[in-house]
Design a protein around this ligand. Structure first.
Ligand code: C5P
Length: 245
């Protein structure tokens, strides 16, 4: 396995969106040896809990815990402290919770790190607008005027001013985020669909190659791998496309 492959595979975050640990473990077995990042979201975490996260760490994976916290600052601080104690490499909050809430997440991280020197600081990122949110939902339902891109950039700037490491956004917005927030600001981009695959509920989609070319730091891929007939081949194909980009 060459270094370039390893580096690129590490920028692929596989969304383990499964109802229980045993189905998730089947996919782990299928993907064994591919040094990708693993994402645990609400569905799996609410079913399999912290034990499954620890299992992923024991297996040597980097873990993104995608629980999208959005609550009062004090509660988010406590949540962030517990999450940091779990030893995850990345977790997130909603930028819509505001600057004090995002800063509280960082306070929670610090508190955990102070209590255990063996812990490493996780990347803390904020969701800007969900990749399933289109123009109409943004304006008519959520009540935010302007384009989705404007709303995303505004949240990205707010996230950066709170001191977080980066944002979750669509890869369609990564280049603009980079030009406003700089190239060290992390962009994690779901809504990735290899050419010809089913878009599902995602609205703002790009292919893996387009996302990398657009400057995404990490791409998040769920169903194009988990629902594929041959998940390993699907994952390898995506990494190949990322490498070619
Ligand atoms: O199956 P699919 O590739 O659409 O999965 C995308 C994953 O990324 C899901 O786990 C979803 O919860 C997550 N996600 C997203 N949009 C965001 C943040 C996270 O789709 N803004």
């Amino acid at each position: 396995m060459n270094e370039q492959y390893k580096e690129m595979a590490g920028r692929l975050i596989v969304a383990l969106d499964y109802p229980d640990a045993s189905q998730a473990k089947n996919l782990l077995q299928e993907l064994e040896g591919i040094p990708c990042y693993m994402k645990v979201g609400m569905q799996l975490y609410y079913a399999a809990g912290p034990d499954f996260v620890r299992e992923l760490k024991t297996r040597g994976y980097k873990v993104f815990l995608d629980l999208k916290m959005h609550d009062i600052p004090n509660t988010v601080k406590g949540g962030a402290e517990s999450i940091t104690r779990l030893g995850v490499d990345m977790f997130n909050v909603h930028a819509a919770g505001g600057k004090d809430m995002m800063k509280a997440a960082l306070d929670g991280v610090d508190k955990a790190l102070q209590s255990d020197s063996a812990l490493e600081k996780p990347l803390v990122i904020a969701v800007t607008q969900l990749t399933s949110t289109g123009q109409n939902v943004l304006n008519q339902e959520i009540g935010i005027p302007g384009t989705v891109k404007d709303a995303v950039i505004r949240y990205a700037e707010l996230t950066q001013s709170a001191g977080l490491d980066g944002v979750v956004a669509s890869a369609q917005e990564s280049a603009d985020i980079m030009s406003v927030c700089g190239k060290d600001f992390v962009t994690v981009t779901p809504g990735i669909r290899p050419a010809g695959s089913d878009q599902g509920d995602q609205k703002r989609v790009l292919t893996p190659g387009e996302a990398i070319r657009n400057g995404s730091s990490y791409i998040v891929v769920g169903r194009p791998i988990t629902a594929a007939e041959k998940p390993r081949e699907a994952a390898e194909q995506i990494i190949k496309e990322m490498l070619e980009a």
